[in-house]
Design a protein around this ligand. Structure first.
Ligand SMILES: [Zn+2]
Length: 246
């Protein structure tokens, strides 16, 4: 029961990291039933290789106990510690580590190797794994899912280049993009058109409902549709006419 209680506190720490845009990993150190140190991942914020949740918590516990040795302490962390943190745990002589989710890519407390329960070291750490593993793992998978979606959205925007390089990467309003895209597809469904003809058609149809620069959006969206193989050139000589691709 107490393990779940302290792990919940580590999860709260992980959420603090998430709110900062950091990979959500949190840790707490408990001494004689009392939480003496907390830490959450701050690697991006501090641009510091060592700023993992466990390292930050260990440093605070050192200060609290005024000792590099953390005898009698238990470290709770939401994710299986990496080689650096596992090394620090051994160095600090922490007797007991409780972690949540396994880390098959970097975990050194059983996944890739086991630095904590290695007979060859003088100090051996007792490890309890899998405490609230689902909650801890979900925090991470959710974070990376959002990150992937955001990256994809940015990539989509980057594809919308304006032919004028000085205007490249202008901010694209997603809603306006969709309106123009819909209008272009509708026109090209009827007949093949040049860019100029397309612009004039859109101006005729969208003037009242569309307040942005139709020319700019029309060119950007046309280029984007071309890049995505949605439309194709009909003529080899300029000006090219475009039609929808089958
Ligand atoms: Zn680490």
């Amino acid at each position: 029961m107490m393990e779940a209680y302290y792990m919940q506190l580590a999860i709260e720490e992980a959420k603090k990291a998430e709110n900062l845009g950091e990979v959500p990993i949190g840790a707490v150190i408990v001494y004689k039933g009392e939480v003496i140190a907390t830490g959450h991942n701050r690697r991006e914020q501090l641009q510091a290789t060592h700023a993992h949740a466990e390292m930050i918590a260990i440093e605070k516990a050192n200060a609290y106990l005024n000792s590099w040795r953390l005898d009698g302490c238990t470290l709770y962390v939401t994710l299986e510690p990496c080689p650096m943190c596992a090394g620090a745990i051994v160095q600090a002589r922490i007797p007991h580590v409780v972690y949540g989710a396994r880390d098959p890519k970097a975990g050194c407390c059983g996944s890739i190797m086991n630095l904590l329960e290695n007979e060859a070291f003088n100090h051996k750490v007792h490890v309890t794994s899998g405490v609230m593993a689902d909650e801890c793992g979900h925090l991470l998978s959710h974070f990376f899912q959002i990150l992937r979606e955001e990256r994809q959205a940015v990539e989509e925007k980057i594809q919308l280049y304006h032919p004028d390089p000085t205007k490249t990467m202008q901010k694209v309003d997603k809603q306006k993009y969709e309106i123009i895209k819909g209008a272009i597809m509708k026109e090209l469904e009827k007949e093949a058109l040049t860019l100029k003809e397309l612009r004039n058609k859109l101006k005729m149809n969208l003037n009242k409902s569309f307040d942005g620069s139709i020319d700019w959006y029309c060119t950007s969206v046309k280029l984007d549709l071309e890049a995505r193989n949605k439309i194709e050139r009909v003529d080899t000589n300029k000006p090219h006419r475009f039609r929808l691709k089958e």
